[in-house]
Design a protein around this ligand. Structure first.
Ligand SMILES: *[C@@H]1O[C@H](CO)[C@@H](O)[C@H](O)[C@H]1NC(C)=O
Ligand SMILES: *[C@@H]1O[C@H](CO)[C@@H](O)[C@H](O)[C@H]1NC(C)=O
Ligand SMILES: *[C@@H]1O[C@H](CO)[C@@H](O)[C@H](O)[C@H]1NC(C)=O
Ligand SMILES: *[C@@H]1O[C@H](CO)[C@@H](O)[C@H](O)[C@H]1NC(C)=O
Ligand SMILES: *[C@@H]1O[C@H](CO)[C@@H](O)[C@H](O)[C@H]1NC(C)=O
Length: 521
């Protein structure tokens, strides 16, 4: 019991008594995984994070079940002006990193990240360690999008990349991995009677080349060939499998992983908004025909539990309190678009100077986000707003393409605690549809310049999907402000809700706030 409780505290996915793990392995939004093994024998998980900066988060695990964020492959989204939220109004919602690939190359001890980024160029970043520093090394030019790509480093050290949506292609890269030397069509979505394919991954297993990919929605395909260039034979690996998460969709895209003792796993994810796309893991076995076979769980679908792949090895907890010690932010934080680095400071607290003069939270720079973890995430901000300027708005949001927040508004010498709902952008085009409505206000107590703000959510796809917003003068007793807000569960924005810590001006720059602590629970 004692052992079990300790492990449960460390990571909810583990149940040590039964020696099983639970899906999702991380109840958080880490989509489009590419999982591979590093030189240290640990597993590395690369994910998409679109318009959040830094881009392409990396997690590490020793047991495939307990994961901790360690860095990002793209330090800054240098892909166009829109990624900086300029005053001219360009924005890059849903741009940035998606369905990219990460691999370690033994021959020169280098990690490669390759991704097609809007607008349709393929970028290569390298690093000698997943923690970084990462740097941009190449761009494959216009009209050369490696759509949903997967890197393979062959036994003879040749680098291949598989990619494509309708027509799937394989490219061979130059010896340094920084340019393309040969490209060939290998198969087409029409070969399996579908309109499009996504999530390409390439492996070499016992001398045979495999491509894993899927039809958007619910079917995983596995292709095999004696040559990277084909011809490929194909089978379905998974079709419309029941999700381990109530209200989640059928997992179908992801990675194949081998453990050191020779067992195989499929890491996929279930679309489960408003939370996001949650990683799920299942074992696979191999048939005598050389194709993998999915192992159903007790539920007849993607199991809610399976035996642990390896002895449990704890990882740093995914939730906790940050007091912003040191001088930089850890890898669990990501900015909405690139931050203005001259407008924030980490030094026993996080100082956020206003970086934009706007009434649109989606155009405001320097909103710091943190993923929500679990079914009922709670975020708490301890905020000192002594240095706020007239017109400034600061607070804590449930942040997505439809957002709501609790915050402080200053108008002249009046400070108001406000709950604001329904700030909305179009989920695909990204233009603002609604600037939000104030649904509750409270007069701040005389002379008070410090407050705790809290956002509580039920992000289960089949749950209440309600968020509530609360404030406290002492960090103990909280008062709800405004009615609950219904979280949006559409998938078109591709990302789930996050906590968003913001501070923007509506009259002029110059003000600031200090975040003494932020707790993600
Ligand atoms: C490996 O190749 C990359 C790409 O050319 C290069 O940047 C890196 O310096 C090489 N690493 C070593 C250790 O040779
Ligand atoms: C690869 O070959 C080894 C040795 O023959 C065998 O034990 C193993 O099952 C094979 N793995 C796969 C995935 O076919
Ligand atoms: C929220 O904004 C959308 C987009 O403008 C609008 O259609 C909807 O009516 C708004 N909802 C509320 C409750 O104000
Ligand atoms: C969601 O699913 C769980 C598990 O099946 C069930 O207990 C719960 O009642 C469901 N909630 C709603 C609101 O449907
Ligand atoms: C800030 O924006 C408001 C509203 O658009 C405008 O009236 C004001 O002049 C701007 N302030 C500055 C300093 O640009």
């Amino acid at each position: 019991m004692f052992v079990r409780r300790l492990l449960v505290l460390g990571n909810l996915a583990i149940s040590a008594v039964a020696q099983k793990f639970s899906n999702p392995i991380i109840y958080s939004d880490y989509p489009d995984n590419d999982v591979s093994v590093g030189p240290d024998g640990a597993f590395y998980f690369s994910a998409s994070n679109f318009h959040y900066s830094p881009g392409a988060p990396i997690l590490r695990s020793l047991d495939l079940v307990n994961w901790e964020p360690v860095g990002h492959s793209v330090p800054r989204l240098n892909f166009g002006a829109g990624y900086d939220l300029p005053t001219t109004g360009e924005r890059s919602y849903r741009g940035g990193t998606w369905a990219s690939s990460l691999r370690y190359r033994k021959s020169n001890k280098t990690w490669y990240w390759i991704g097609c980024v809007n607008f349709w160029q393929t970028w290569v970043y390298t690093a000698s360690s997943p923690e970084g520093p990462w740097s941009n090394r190449a761009n494959f030019g216009d009209n050369n999008c490696f759509y949903d790509n997967g890197i393979l480093i062959d036994d003879d050290n040749t680098m291949y990349v598989v990619y494509g949506s309708g027509q799937v292609k394989v490219s061979q890269l130059a010896a340094d991995g920084l340019s393309v030397v040969k490209t060939q069509d290998v198969f087409n979505a029409a070969n399996v009677g579908v309109d499009s394919i996504e999530g390409n991954r390439m492996y070499k297993i016992n001398g045979t080349y495999y491509v894993l990919n899927d039809k958007p929605g619910g079917t995983t395909f596995i292709w095999k060939s004696k040559s990277p260039w084909g011809p490929y034979q194909v089978k379905e690996l998974v079709k419309d499998v029941k999700s381990p998460v109530e209200g989640g969709n059928s997992p179908h895209q992801g990675s194949l992983i081998q453990t050191a003792d020779g067992k195989w796993y499929f890491m996929s994810f279930t679309w489960a908004y408003p939370s996001g796309r949650l990683p799920v893991l299942a074992p696979i076995t191999w048939g005598s025909d050389g194709f993998p076979v999915f192992v159903n769980g007790d539920n007849g679908g993607w199991g809610k539990t399976y035996p642990l792949p390896l002895p449990a090895k704890s990882a740093k907890p995914l939730t906790g309190t940050y007091r912003f010690e040191g001088s930089s932010l850890g890898p669990t934080f990501e900015w909405n678009h690139n931050p203005d680095t001259s407008k924030f400071f980490v030094n026993n607290g996080l100082t956020l100077q206003t970086a934009s003069n706007t009434t649109d939270i989606y155009s405001a720079r320097n909103t710091l986000t943190h993923r929500v973890f679990g079914e009922y995430p709670v975020g708490t901000l301890e905020l000192d707003f002594t240095a706020m300027a007239d017109g400034d708005r600061t607070g804590l949001a449930a942040f997505r393409d439809r957002s709501a927040y609790i915050g402080i508004h200053r108008e002249g010498n009046a400070y108001t605690i406000a709950a604001v709902h329904n700030m909305t952008i179009d989920e695909t085009a990204g233009n603002t549809l609604d600037f939000g409505r104030t649904v509750g206000t409270a007069q701040l107590r005389q002379g008070v310049r410090k407050i705790w703000l809290r956002t509580k959510m039920d992000v289960r796809p089949n749950g209440s999907r309600e968020a509530s917003f609360l404030y406290s003068y002492d960090g103990n007793t909280y008062t709800q402000l405004g009615a609950t807000y219904k979280l949006f569960d559409s998938w078109g924005f591709f990302l789930g809700y996050r906590f968003g810590i913001f501070n923007f001006a509506t009259k002029g720059l110059g003000g600031s706030v200090k975040v003494n602590s932020f707790t993600s629970a």
